[in-house]
Write a protein that binds this ligand. Structure first.
Ligand SMILES: NC(=O)c1ccc[n+]([C@@H]2O[C@H](COP(=O)([O-])OP(=O)(O)OC[C@H]3O[C@@H](n4cnc5c(N)ncnc54)[C@H](OP(=O)(O)O)[C@@H]3O)[C@@H](O)[C@H]2O)c1
Length: 272
């Protein structure tokens, strides 16, 4: 935790900002180092700040430029929030933005920041099992990059990409990805019901199958995924019969490629 910043302002403590905050405080980022800005804080946020010593919405006169400013407001709020946030960006302040579709140059245009990290987390961050793709502007020093890494790693894994444009692909794979997995559960449950199972049993089977398979992936991180698949596939057996369908030339692979491509294209459109 030595790379954790000595002072941090979190702007926006909604779903994702709140998940980040909980992740930072859990392993021991000192609450006294944290200032949270959120116009209408929920009760649980107020309680968390009170318990951890984090300052919540101090008067503007009591706010100083921190080592790190984390932006977790809605992307469309950036223009409106910029005036009040600009005084918090000092010459040494690293800005870490998780705003979907806001590029490094969008952030640089809104705030007087030299060092910016653009990051794309995903919702499993709420249980400490997220993965974040991140890209750094040229002004980010190695020490600032280490700070960003420490902050983002508090809620899961981190992958850095050298070219910011790859954040659109990160968004399409891991940012939006949890929804694909939940839809897979829905499809598997529906297929189970179509195969004759009561719908509630089919749903429990499908949910537990995805949960358990995810846990196997997690615990056996070094195992090639294809090997995990082969471990449950006997030649000529039931799994092989299903995989013959899923792995056909018009099966899941081209469908997933089209889905990810559509998400990537939409991410590019939203980035302007
Ligand atoms: N959720 C995801 O899966 C995900 C994944 C990757 C990236 N992101 C990004 O994370 C950001 C936040 O998303 P979210 O889902 O956490 O949204 P959210 O729950 O609506 O959180 C945004 C928070 O920012 C507050 N806020 C608005 N204006 C503010 C200001 N000027 N200063 C300080 N706080 C302000 C909002 O308060 P009010 O509600 O009172 O307006 C709200 O509490 C977005 O930019 C999104 O693109 C989200």
């Amino acid at each position: 935790m030595s790379d954790m910043p000595k002072s941090l302002v979190l702007a926006g403590a909604g779903k994702m900002g709140g998940a980040l905050l909980r992740g930072w405080l859990a392993p021991g980022l000192n609450g006294n180092a944290v200032t949270v800005l959120d116009p209408f804080p929920q009760e649980d946020l107020k309680a968390l700040c009170a318990a951890s010593g984090a300052r919540l919405n101090p008067p503007a006169a009591d706010r100083a430029a921190p080592q790190v400013l984390v932006l977790a407001i809605k992307p469309q709020s950036l223009g409106e929030a910029a005036a009040s946030l600009a005084p918090l960006v000092g010459p040494q302040t690293l800005v870490v933005s998780i705003l979907a579709g806001k590029t490094l140059s969008d952030i640089a245009a809104a705030l007087p920041a030299r060092a910016i990290v653009r990051a794309m987390p995903n919702t499993p961050a709420a249980v400490g099992r997220g993965i974040t793709g991140a890209a750094a502007s040229p002004g980010v020093t190695p020490a600032q990059r280490a700070q960003a890494q420490a902050l983002l790693a508090a809620v899961g894994a981190v992958e850095w990409v050298a070219d910011e444009r790859l954040i659109d692909a990160v968004t399409a794979v891991s940012g939006s990805g949890p929804a694909y997995v939940f839809y897979l559960v829905e499809c598997l449950a529906a297929a189970g019901a179509a195969a004759g199972l009561p719908a509630d049993i089919a749903m429990r089977l499908a949910r537990a199958t995805i949960e358990g398979s995810g846990e196997l992936l997690h615990r056996d991180a070094a195992a090639p995924v294809a090997q995990l698949r082969k471990n449950v596939t006997s030649p000529g057996g039931t799994t092989a019969a299903a995989l013959d369908v899923l792995m056909a030339p018009d099966g899941l692979a081209p469908l997933m490629a089209r889905a990810v491509s559509a998400a990537k294209q939409r991410a590019a459109e939203l980035s302007g």
